[in-house]
Design a binder for this molecule. Sequence first.
Ligand code: GLP
Length: 242
Amino acid sequence: MKVIVLQDEAAIGQAVGGLFCEAVRQKPDAVLGLATGASPIPAYQHMISQYKAGEVSFRGVTTFNLDEYCGLPEEHPNSYRSFMRAELFGQIDILPENTHFLDGNTADERAESERFRALIEQCGGIDLQLLGIGRNGHIGFNEPAEAFTQEAFKAALTPSTIAANSVYFTDIPMPEYAMTMGVGSILRAKKIVLVATGSAKADAVKAMLEGEITPRCPASALQGHADVTVCLDTAAAALLQK
Ligand code: GLP
């Protein structure tokens, strides 16, 4: 995996957002895999500023988001749909009908998983996938487990993830389940960029890059992918062997 260490979030936003803009300039109908959480926000801000400067258009782009909470109405401010609208989609020229999410309220998780898999395949697969990483090494909502997950599924969230993400939930308790793309589906992306910032991610980053490939650290599966770039700030990179 290629590792890039930058000074701060602004530099990471520019580097990662720049990769996404470049991918879209090269292929205006690119298929992008997108992530939520704090880590991707600087990259989204860079993409918005490039769009506003007339440097890139997202009109032909299709997106697939990694995950969505279960039990939240789509319009709830904490849904990942709402997050994406606020942080990116509402500020660029992407067509809403080309932005795809797993349905966290599905009554049939297997059918929903298959719908998502087939739709991604129909669009030609994901060209460039953005990822963050959880403090316990999760990607999407693939928590540490006994086996790597494959296709999208309904995940039970761990106490560590619930503690980390609860700060965003002010009016209702945080959902304890989410629909997420599986590790297998994430690895099918042609190119992957993972962003991690801050000291709380340092252990997970070390396990992902220097530990064994194990479902106890789902992000370690990325070691088996041929085109992964990991973009870190100095705090997230602090425990790596120099
Ligand atoms: C969340 C998301 C992940 C994200 C991770 C880290 O639970 N499901 O996709 O990468 O946790 O979030 P953050 O970037 O806010 O630290």
